[in-house]
Design a protein around this ligand. Sequence first.
Ligand code: ARG
Length: 409
Amino acid sequence: MTRVALAFSGGLDTTVCVPLLEEEYGYDEVIGVTVDVGQPASEFDEAEETAEALDLDHYVVDAKAEFADLCFDSVRANATYQGYPLGTALARPVIAEAILQVAEEQDCDGIAHGCTGKGNDQLRFEAVWRDSDLEVIAPVRELGLTREWEQEYADDKDLPVEGGSGGDWSIDTNLWSRSVEGDELEDPSYVPPTDIYDWTDEPSGESEEIEITFEKGYPVAVDGEEYDSVSLIEHLNELAGSHGVGRTDSMEDRMLGLKVRENYEHPAATTLLNAHEALEGLVLTQEEREFKQLIDQRWSKKGYEGLVDAPLVGALEGFIAQTQQRVTGTVTVRFEGGTARPVARDSEFAAYSAEHASFDTETVGKITQEDATGVAKYHGFQRRLANAVTDDADADTETVELATDGGEE
Ligand code: ARG
């Protein structure tokens, strides 16, 4: 008796995978696994109903807390990819691990997903699964299925597939972001209608300020009230979303090299990332900030690839943890016109001296304004020498050219 665990959402792709895993891959039994990383309740209802109609053994695993913690690690790394926060990308390894665990507990021989051969998710899932000895199966990719074929097959077999709650868009939702793609959105010149958005309202013209508290780079409280990671994100998605914060419409370069048009909503992520960076601006030294940008970029890239357990990430985390020792304090963020703008920051670790920076003080300790004179004399010194030499050379060439031109006129 052979058994295969399928990453199951109840959508068209994963629904057709159920009979195909038996017919085409010869498995005796398929079990479906849905992992909760903060999708809306309607998605679990859909998965549950479809599983029942298919007579599929269905497991639901709650991985929200683990996922939210990873999102907060990404805040410490100021993680974005091509300008948007990593949602789908960070969720995939968490989902993949959870499914693998069920597959092993249920003595499965194989493990399968319904991803196509065009996206990133096939790579992110399989990177985790190929660590195991299970047979990794990707029916949609391996059998070259199209949506049209799947729809016909489902009709023929009388499989329980409906339009899905998202209409014609392909939607991926978790705590950190909601992504919308497909159909007319595939045309980069098509302006998305407002109904693609679900988490964000049109900005109202009203503004609101909130205060976010960080401890060692981790968000811990909003307006003085402490939250665990999941509820802090949920709370900010509501609040910032009501001000239209966190929409992205971008051309994304996928790992395979394909360029695609993607729309995202991520109110909490945008708010926390902006606030965190503002606090780093107060407490980190210039060279730490500069170097950390390189670290953050590499972290983000591994996050996008779904490889957050790579040794490189562990090493980057070492640097991040060291810098975040001082990223403790509060940031006031103003929601206004669809933006979440830091307007105040405060920390006991501020690498800042108002006295030294102020226009109103002349001497602080042993430092006077006059001390900058020497620095001012040397600033740009080499450039002065180099430009003087080039200017001379240019002047010479110009004379020659002028002479020639003059001769012809
Ligand atoms: N392109 C994004 C990524 O690879 C998200 C894709 C989400 N999928 C969707 N059906 N909207 O991270």
